[in-house]
Design a protein around this ligand. Structure first.
Ligand SMILES: Nc1nc2c(ncn2[C@@H]2O[C@H](COP(=O)(O)OP(=O)(O)OP(=O)(O)O)[C@@H](O)[C@H]2O)c(=O)[nH]1
Ligand SMILES: [Mg+2]
Length: 381
């Protein structure tokens, strides 16, 4: 790149000089008015012909070229990075101040975050903590957990007792089919095989039907296949005498839930269809939020949390429950059918989160201390 400085009586004469010496492709880097009123302009031109690196004088009013667009994009990416950096520094600073002014509060926040709770939830629980309680080392933590408990819900209804038409929806591989088998197994033990029907809409994965079929054969319950909404409705009418109909759906990426949605959303036939979202407790909070966003469109009755045995924290799932008010219906922690599934109450759920904090929280606490906790850091988890 060739860079030159030009001086002249006014802008027009300087521009003429730049044009004459550097050509049409020249770009202005800076301009200023000198004390004597004359104008000084720094201009540059790319050595490589045909590759302008900024807005050429001749094209000031034209739209950006492809190269310019790329440059603008690079600049905005750079700005976003800078912004994130500044925000991180600021929240680090705020954290430092909190630690100095309110060491008790900082410790409580750190514990909530080490449980895996989202930043906003942790902050809002602390804000709800009465000041006199916050001062007391013994009372503060149980009080915080009680406040957390108030924001969590479990379903009143036990589908194994009440029955109905129940579809399990959720992303790929979270354990929908396994959960159906567990629920089916338990239901048959209570009510007998004749009261249950199984339907699968999973026609996409090789072996998907065989997987459910194997469980079903052991229980003596046939598996029906519905590939379209019409087929599903016809089946549901035919099976209306069954106390419980469990529908296994194909695992869909949260980015492509159209098919499941078309199949199971808002069934307006004989009995309303209840969709339960199945989600792995081991997923990062960010992914859980995305999954919820996508699947909540089809109307959800409750949440089934799986793979608790693979999770190191429960706080992410609790945060999602608190944020969405979605009630928990079942908790699954293992692959054994039908043993590894249970209904839990909120107190039990919080106890579990605490046990996991005791087991795995130390590492999370330490990393929180080293990094100078910031919202961005936790949101990125
Ligand atoms: N560790 C653990 N594994 C589980 C649990 N639930 C299911 N799995 C396992 O997760 C894997 C996937 O389970 P599936 O039931 O096939 O999951 P899915 O949601 O039906 O998957 P797609 O139909 O492919 O979307 C299997 O290996 C299951 O044994 C659980 O609670 N804990
Ligand atoms: Mg499946």
């Amino acid at each position: 790149m060739k860079i030159r400085q030009f001086q002249g009586r006014n802008m027009r004469t300087v521009m003429a000089q730049i044009h004459a010496e550097l050509g049409e492709e020249a770009v202005i880097l800076s301009s200023s008015t000198l004390p004597d009123g004359s104008v000084e302009v720094t201009a540059a031109v790319d050595d490589v012909p045909g590759q302008p690196s900024a807005v050429p004088l001749s094209g000031m009013n034209a739209g950006p070229s492809a190269a310019e667009a790329r440059q603008i994009e690079r600049m905005s990416e750079e700005l976003a990075r800078l912004r994130a950096l500044v925000e991180q520094q600021l929240s680090g600073l705020a954290w430092g101040q909190t630690q100095q002014k309110m060491p008790g509060r900082a410790l409580l926040l750190r514990r909530l975050l080490a449980m895996g709770l989202g930043w906003e939830l942790a902050q809002s629980l602390l804000e709800a903590l009465p000041e006199e309680v916050e001062q007391s080392e013994e009372a503060a933590w149980p009080h915080l957990l009680a406040l957390l408990g108030e924001r969590l819900h479990v379903t009143e209804e036990d589908i194994l007792k009440s029955g109905g038409i129940v579809a399990l929806v959720g992303p790929t591989g979270v354990g929908k089919t396994t959960t159906i088998a567990k629920l089916a197994g338990r239901f048959v033990m209570r009510h007998g095989a004749g009261q249950l029907a199984l339907i699968t809409t999973d026609c996409y994965k090789i072996g998907a039907q065989a997987q459910l079929q194997t469980f079903a054969e052991m229980m003596g319950v046939p598996v029906h296949v519905a590939q379209t909404r019409n087929e599903l409705e016809t089946l549901l009418i035919g099976l209306r005498d069954r106390k419980l109909i469990l529908i296994d759906t194909a695992g869909m990426s949260q980015k492509d839930i159209r098919i499941t949605q078309q199949l199971t959303a808002g069934y307006s036939g004989l009995v309303p269809l209840k969709n339960y979202l199945v989600m792995s407790a081991a997923s990062p909070l960010k992914v859980m939020r995305e999954v919820y966003q996508a699947f909540s469109r089809m109307g959800l009755k409750g949440l089934i949390l799986t793979k608790l045995d693979e999770a190191v924290q429960l706080g992410g799932a609790l945060t999602l429950m608190a944020e969405t008010q979605l009630p928990l219906a079942w908790l699954s922690e293992g692959q054994r059918v039908p043993e590894d599934i249970e209904r839990v109450d909120v107190d039990h759920l919080i106890d579990r989160a605490m046990v996991m904090l005791d087991q795995n929280g130390q590492a999370a606490m330490e990393s929180a201390m080293q990094l100078g906790v910031g919202k961005e850091f936790f949101d990125a988890q």
